[in-house]
Design a protein around this ligand. Structure first.
Ligand code: FAD
Length: 521
């Protein structure tokens, strides 16, 4: 990919900064319309918020409560499109809302009927009012005292970075040049003071590049203000960052395959408990923060909040020692003049085109990445010297598409690529070896990620190509040495590289262990 940049003589149509859902979505959109695209990510694809979501492809039941019908309808349509185009990754998940009064049953019952109604032809199945007995059957670990029943409904679930990786490959298959570990540190301007390119640095070699483009898209999520300031040092901040944490536990805390949704926690948020890759994912919180970091830290009070909310609803509720992993994401919420706290800010996306034609796209959510990209590229066509090409992503199958991927067992998540991983194992049966008894991954997946998915570090493999770090941080630390050795063998790295990788991974992984949290001060 770097070679392509070095050999490029013409300008690019698009340079896109940021390799999360938004930037990669823009790269897929623009490349599939036939434009020349260069995507630059400062760290690994998905290192930012896009690896740290609740893993829901959803309309947002919460926004329904806020009366934002248009937003919910649009997101439900996107949910349906994504399910159709990435059938191997987006699964229909049954959720149950436990109800402790008749009022709740009527209120949530009506709300979720509307939710289903709004999905129109993209519906995932009808919602249903459940008796107390039926609710307990679906949620065997729910506290039965005062339970009046529940509401069952369907939504989408996915693995965020698996989808992201497949989108990166889709962009590349459509001709885009995609680079991770390429940080943009400056924008360049032409004589009319219009942004006409970027300067970036390859993190591995330190080499600096100066590339020119007709349009530069700033898709850096919560970091977008820093890039806006590269264009206009007086630009006012538009992001009001808040963080959300998730805790991961063993499966026993949901038991069964049904997810649970608590619509009204004491901080006014929705809390989900979701079965995910054989574990239970519980979250999320909403805490305004000052500092925007690539590796945000959980606060003690956030962990306490999730544990105490679980205690209210679960018969056997998880304790601190049961936490397998803690992960934190920063919401790229766009400020609105009269909102007092971030929970009330818009999840809708914002496109800003500044005086120099730098196009910033931010806000929104994972579920709506395709629509966000379509809007951004449409705007870019209007302001750049670009041919009017129609968006084709509504019907574009995402790399790995496969309708019956269940047949691949633990490799299901790879969709059509699973057969190629199986072939690696056939050629070298040692690669079938499981890496850890508590994780579903085998050695072939490390080889695959290193050879074909641009994984450069142990963290790339254990956090984002597989989800080991998110599922069980301690287990991930234990398999880091083996992972480093397999990667080194694949890419001809030295013993020194192996040692450094293990050490760096341990440092990052410490943030996912629950005993390494911090107090708010
Ligand atoms: C806790 C939480 C839970 C969520 N759950 C859901 C959910 O269940 N479903 C859903 O639909 N949405 C969910 N969302 C929202 C969704 O995850 C985000 O809207 C989405 O991931 C944002 O993607 P992004 O690409 O805009 O930002 P990011 O993923 O943060 O990507 C921005 C990228 O830009 C890179 N970058 C920054 N500066 C530079 C630079 N100078 N040069 C190069 N690269 C740079 C960063 O490294 C980063 O990788 C959730 C969000 C949070 C916080």
């Amino acid at each position: 990919m770097l070679q392509r940049v070095k050999m490029r003589e013409r300008l690019w149509d698009f340079v896109i900064i940021g390799g999360g859902a938004t930037g990669v979505g823009c790269a897929v959109d623009a490349a599939s319309r036939g434009f020349d695209v260069l995507l630059l990510e400062q760290s690994d694809f998905g290192k930012g918020t896009s690896s740290r979501s609740t893993k829901l492809v959803h309309g947002g039941v919460r926004y329904l409560a806020q009366g934002d019908i248009r937003l919910v309808r649009e997101a439900l349509k996107e949910r349906g499109i994504l399910h159709r185009n990435a059938a191997h990754l987006v699964k229909i998940q049954l959720f149950v809302v436990p109800c402790y009064s008749l009022r709740q049953k009527v209120f949530y019952g009506a709300g979720l009927k509307t939710y289903n109604f709004l999905s129109a032809k993209y519906g995932f199945g009808k919602s249903k009012i459940l008796s107390k007995k039926e609710t307990i059957e679906k949620l065997p670990n729910i506290k039965p005292k005062n339970l009046r029943g529940g509401i069952a409904y369907f939504d989408g679930q996915f693995d965020d970075t698996r989808l992201l990786t497949n989108l990166v490959i889709t962009a590349a298959e459509n001709g885009a040049t995609v680079l991770n570990y390429a940080k943009v540190f400056e924008l360049s301007k032409n004589s009319q003071n219009k942004t006409d390119g970027v300067k970036f640095q390859d993190a591995e070699t330190g080499e600096k590049f100066n590339v020119k483009a007709k349009i530069v898209i700033n898709a850096t999520g919560a970091f977008c203000d820093s890039v806006r300031k590269m264009s206009d040092e007086n630009a006012e901040k538009i992001i009001a960052p808040s963080q959300g944490i998730h805790l991961v536990f063993d499966k026993e805390f949901v038991r069964g395959e049904t997810a649970m949704m608590i619509p009204g926690t004491t901080d006014g948020r929705v809390l989900f408990a979701i079965p995910w890759h054989g574990k239970t994912l519980i979250g999320t919180t909403d805490t305004p923060i000052e500092k925007i970091e690539l590796e945000p830290k959980a606060l003690e009070e956030e962990i306490e909040f999730i544990l105490s909310t679980c205690e209210k609803y679960l018969a056997k509720s998880p304790k601190r020692a049961d936490i397998l992993s803690v992960f934190v994401g920063i919401r790229p919420l766009v400020k609105s003049a009269n909102a007092k706290n971030t929970a009330a800010l818009s999840r809708d996306h914002t496109i800003e085109i500044d005086e120099s034609n730098l196009l910033t796209i931010t806000g929104g959510k994972w579920t709506t990445y395709r629509r966000m990209a379509e809007d951004a590229v449409n705007q870019a066509i209007k302001i750049g010297d670009l041919n009017t090409e129609k968006c084709v992503t509504e019907n574009l199958k995402i790399h790995g598409f496969c309708e019956d991927s269940e047949k691949f067992g633990d490799l299901e998540i790879y969709g059509a690529d699973a057969e190629k991983i199986q072939k690696l194992i056939k050629e070298n049966p040692k690669l079938a070896e499981k890496l850890h008894e508590d994780l579903p991954y085998c050695a072939a997946e490390i080889v695959w990620a290193t050879r074909f998915e641009m994984a450069q570090t142990v963290e790339d493999v254990l956090a984002r190509r597989t989800r080991a770090l998110f599922l069980n941080a301690k287990a991930a630390i234990e398999i880091a040495p083996k992972t480093a050795r397999i990667m080194a063998q694949e890419s001809g790295k030295s013993e020194g590289w192996i040692d450094r990788q293990i050490c760096e991974f341990k440092m990052t992984a410490a943030n996912y262990l629950s005993d390494r949290v911090q107090n708010k001060e």
